[in-house]
Design a protein around this ligand. Structure first.
Ligand SMILES: Cc1ncc(COP(=O)(O)O)c(C=O)c1O
Length: 353
């Protein structure tokens, strides 16, 4: 019998994404009812940014507007950038993939710090790029080493704030990086609605800068799959050459428009999460935990190896890191609704207090 076709070398070499298991299987493994499972591992919001029943009537038998003009008009109001500088995709992850498709080829030098968002490496390696990791120092970006690597890289990835460390880099550093980077600088601002800091004003001065955003976090719409890139006209034109015509469905677009129409409600929810984060941080510090500063909707804290499995047995799912990660003796916890945070805190108090 004929053997199956061999994938490209780059696909065989890359380390694929480790999918988070669904709550139903976590509940089964932990022996708890599914409604007792709380996801502290996905950095999502506890409240949806829009109600499903707020959908207007939609035409489903025809293809929708592939320029997403209604969504782009809202994003124009939200970001202040014109349509010629906005690229919409199915989540920030699709935008990262488009960027790699456009700018990274086999053997290209790509830079990231570690630990960071795993998709940077994955999309780069799928495209055949060679990723150089700049290890963080005590989980903070090694700015000098990073700048040095970026000076010879075709592509530089950075998340601001960074996932999983929560570190927020100041704009003057981002501007220095954009000026000195030999190639593209992608700044992933997935948590912008929490941090309030953006590199968007730098786009005018730096044609190599791309800002990546999502509606999965502050807008509470992770399941909708809406992301976008903000960049100068040339980068945007290049992204439009490769973007699929309709990876965002008419349903997702209509709900995203609704959510963007009510930005004050989003800001109010984001403020609640920031307040809850600081309350949780103080409580954990009082327990004697080492907790990192965070500008996102999550906290990184040092925890002994027995803590995560013991939380899981109570249905509380936190993010852990493999032994090879610089964050291996930490857990990352998403800040959720007050009652859920209280459940986590009381379990942690029992386990480490
Ligand atoms: C830094 C960063 N970028 C992108 C994403 C994914 O965004 P999306 O859901 O829009 O694909 C995440 C999700 O955790 C993230 O932490």
């Amino acid at each position: 019998m004929r053997s199956a076709p061999t994938p490209r070398d780059a696909i065989l070499r890359m380390q694929p994404y480790a999918w988070e298991p669904p709550s139903a299987s976590i509940a089964r493994d932990a022996g708890v009812p599914e409604d007792q499972v709380v996801r502290f591992d996905t950095n999502t919001f506890p409240w949806p940014g829009v109600r499903l029943d707020s959908l207007p009537p939609l035409v489903l038998n025809e293809y929708s507007d592939s320029t997403y003009s209604a969504l782009v008009a809202q994003l124009n109001e939200y970001t202040g950038l014109p349509a010629t500088r906005i690229t919409v995709g199915a989540g920030a992850d699709e935008i990262l993939d488009l960027l790699a498709k456009v700018y990274i080829g086999p053997g290209d030098h790509v830079v990231q710090s570690i630990p960071t968002y795993p998709m940077f490496r994955i999309v780069s390696e799928i495209a055949g790029g060679l990723v150089a990791d700049v290890p963080s120092q005590d989980l903070a970006l090694d700015r000098e080493a990073f700048l040095r690597q970026a000076q010879s890289a075709r592509f530089t990835w950075i998340a601001n704030p960074n996932n999983p460390t929560g570190e927020l880099l100041p704009l003057d550093f981002i501007e220095d990086l954009a000026a000195r980077a030999a190639g593209v600088l992608a700044v992933d601002e997935a948590y912008f609605e929490l941090s309030g800091l953006t590199a968007v004003p730098l786009i005018d001065r730096h044609p190599n800068l791309v800002v990546v955003r999502t509606m999965s976090k502050g807008f509470g719409l992770a399941a909708l799959r809406i992301g976008y890139a903000l960049a100068g006209d040339e980068v945007t034109r290049a992204l439009w050459r490769v973007r699929p015509p309709l990876s965002v469905s008419v349903v997702a677009e209509a709900l995203a428009v609704k959510a963007l129409e009510d930005r004050e409600a989003m800001r109010d929810r984001a403020r609640q999460i920031v307040r809850a984060r600081e309350t949780m941080r103080s409580a954990l510090t009082e327990l004697g935990c080492e907790v990192r500063d965070s500008a996102g909707n999550f906290l990184l804290l040092r925890a002994a190896p027995h803590v995560a499995p013991a939380l899981l047995r109570r249905g509380l799912v936190v993010r852990t890191f493999p032994p090879s990660s610089l964050a291996h003796d930490y857990i990352r916890v998403t800040v959720r609704a007050p009652a859920e945070n209280a459940r986590l805190l009381s379990a942690l108090t029992e386990l480490i207090g």
